[in-house]
Ligand binder design. Structure first.
Ligand code: ZN
Length: 185
């Protein structure tokens, strides 16, 4: 749980630290606004992917499921600046599937907290592997990091890709290739 009071104190200190006048009109509500905002953008810390993935549907055929272009916003833990982009999920069911909206909910659980893109990619794959027990899972994330585009090396539009594979996808490059093709379509 976000301690709003602490965040407000910290923002006041930060504003003073960068030489701002915390009494000026535009800033008087800022600490409160930011505290409220953190409740929203860090709410994944209090969420459990298992809650979203426990409701499943039985399937007869175990054809690959691909859900692409799940948009997300997260915060890089090194700079507390946003990174954002798309998550693509593929899995081969083993008798059960999750509702498609639950995949997006699972992404939210791991995106709405301070993160590293690589860890988020792995956490989504592991949650799906644990709760759906599929024959294989593949998660790809493509993201733009504000800490790279608005500061530091300043490369606007550059994107970072990460991938996590479990089960059949780890053993079969042909399956990975099939997903790459479906995502490109
Ligand atoms: Zn960063």
């Amino acid at each position: 749980m976000v301690d709003k009071e602490k965040v407000e104190q910290a923002v006041r200190l930060l504003l003073e630290g960068i030489g701002e006048d915390i009494e000026r009109e535009g800033l008087t509500q800022t600490p409160e606004r930011i505290a409220k905002m953190y409740c929203e953008i860090c709410q994944g810390m209090d969420a459990d992917a298992g809650e979203h993935l426990k409701k499943t549907f039985t399937v007869e055929t175990n054809g690959m499921v691909v859900e692409k272009d799940i948009f997300f916003y997260s915060l890089c833990e090194h700079h507390m600046l946003p990174f954002f982009g798309k998550v693509h999920i593929a899995y081969i069911p083993n008798g059960k599937v999750a509702g498609l909206s639950k995949l997006a909910r699972t992404v939210e659980v791991y995106a709405r907290r301070l993160q590293l893109q690589e860890r988020m990619t792995a956490q989504i794959a592991d949650a799906l592997a644990e709760h759906l027990n599929p024959s294989g899972v593949m998660v790809m994330v493509e993201a733009e990091h504000m800490c790279m585009t608005m500061r530091g090396i300043k490369k606007p539009g550059s994107r970072t890709s990460s991938i996590a594979v479990r089960g059949a996808f780890a053993e079969n490059m042909g399956l990975q290739e099939q997903v790459f093709q479906m995502i490109r379509e």
